[in-house]
Design a protein around this ligand. Structure first.
Ligand code: GLA
Length: 388
């Protein structure tokens, strides 16, 4: 119902502002069951697209200008196609960055108008930025008849985020947004980009997201720093094992031998990643067997690693995970995404969801003095051009 209404909102707004019929594209946010901070280490991830999405309505202009309007902010932005550059206004960067990447890849663009809206909460770790980038890429691909493949659009969106948002993100968020499949998670090998759809067999269990409503400004600088620390670990191993190209190839033995004596902090970071790599592969088998209890235990272990070794959690996220840790009805929980705020993901028995939300909301509010938002995530298809 909501999908329907936001798609129509952007379409109607476009017609009001620009007077022609637009192309409308939907691109969802994502959850990630397990496999955090593994994508840029060429490991595996297990994300899925959700029922919260960004929507864009796009159409041609007769000049070389870009005119953008963001419904949520009631804000507009204009630029020339020939002078695309990041702006400190924030939201236009995700669109400008994609247009820039299309041009840099040799595609001739002309001026366009765009209206943006959506219901992916911003800064909640549900990849609102990737969903805007994918929506933009797919919409311009359609508008200019560029015939770019889904995978190329994903890679292009990732480069846009690097250059126009300044965060050296991995490929998970864009891939999940573009390749999502209803009721399935994607087991993605971030080295080869081979992927497999694994059915989400979780009878009687819901995916509950608790949005901490915290968005630390550290997120992008610390994210880039973690990447550097992983690269530093690889360099230390590579001196002895030239075949090791990323932490994907590293073993605990290598970490003990070459990284631990050289740099205690880098060792801690790399240890988390190497363990998480293994946890994901086993967690995926749990899911295939329908053993959600075993998968859930691994999610708690992931949280502890992210909090204590990778150090990308925060007080509020730790609080939310600790709240549910010993509850029989909660099979697994952890912070999700880049960290320093955003959501926790919880696997919760259906009959306990309502009470859990009530209780956690009250406790969070009392202890953290913050409002807790909660969502029950449905797993949906990835990016599509809508025929409305
Ligand atoms: C952010 C990034 C992803 C990934 C996660 C952590 O969401 O955009 O590429 O690295 O953090 O797993």
């Amino acid at each position: 119902m909501q999908t329907f209404s936001i798609a129509h909102t952007v379409k109607d707004k476009y017609k009001t502002l620009f007077g022609t019929e637009p192309i409308v594209v939907r691109s969802p946010g994502r959850v990630n069951i397990i496999g955090e901070h593994t994508d840029y280490n060429e490991g595996f991830v297990l994300p899925a697209a959700i029922d919260k999405a960004s929507y864009v309505a796009v159409g041609l202009r007769n000049d070389d200008r870009i005119s953008l309007y963001a419904e949520e902010f009631g804000d507009s932005f204009e630029s020339s196609l020939t002078t695309l550059a990041p702006t400190d206004r924030g939201w236009p960067n995700y669109i400008l960055g994609v247009a820039d990447q299309l041009q840099k890849s040799g595609h001739a663009l002309k001026g366009f108008n765009m209206v943006l809206s959506g219901d992916v909460p911003i800064g909640a770790g549900l990849s609102s930025s990737a969903s805007i980038e994918c929506a933009t890429g797919f919409a311009l691909n359609e508008l200019f008849g560029l015939s770019i493949s889904r995978l190329e659009l994903v890679k292009l969106a990732q480069r846009a985020e690097h250059l126009f948002a300044g965060v050296r993100v991995g490929i998970m968020d864009m891939f999940a947004s573009a390749f999502g499949k209803q009721d399935h998670v994607i087991k993605l090998d971030c080295r080869s980009l081979d992927y497999e759809y694994v059915p989400l067999k979780m009878d009687g269990i819901k995916i509950v997201l608790f949005n901490s409503n915290v968005e630390h400004s550290l997120a992008s600088s610390e994210y880039n720093m973690r990447r550097q620390q992983c690269e530093a670990g690889v360099a230390l191993i590579k001196a002895h094992h030239p075949e090791v190209a990323s932490l994907r190839d590293a073993t605990m033995e290598m970490l003990h031998k070459y990284v631990e004596p050289a740099d205690a902090l880098v060792y801690k970071r790399c240890k988390y990643v190497v363990e998480e790599k293994e946890r994901l592969l086993q967690g995926c088998e749990d899911l295939k067997r329908g053993d959600i209890k075993a998968l859930g235990k691994k999610m708690f272990a992931t949280h502890d690693g992210l909090s204590k070794e990778y150090e990308v959690s925060c007080e509020e996220l730790d609080f939310l995970v600790d709240q549910v840790r010993n509850k029989e009805a909660v099979l697994g929980a952890r912070m999700m995404g880049g960290g320093f705020g955003g959501c926790t993901i919880n696997l919760v028995r259906e009959d306990a969801v309502e009470d859990l939300i009530k209780e956690t909301t009250t406790n969070y509010n009392q202890q953290m003095k913050l409002k807790l938002l909660s969502y029950i995530a449905q797993i949906e298809d990835g990016t599509s051009v809508l025929s409305i």
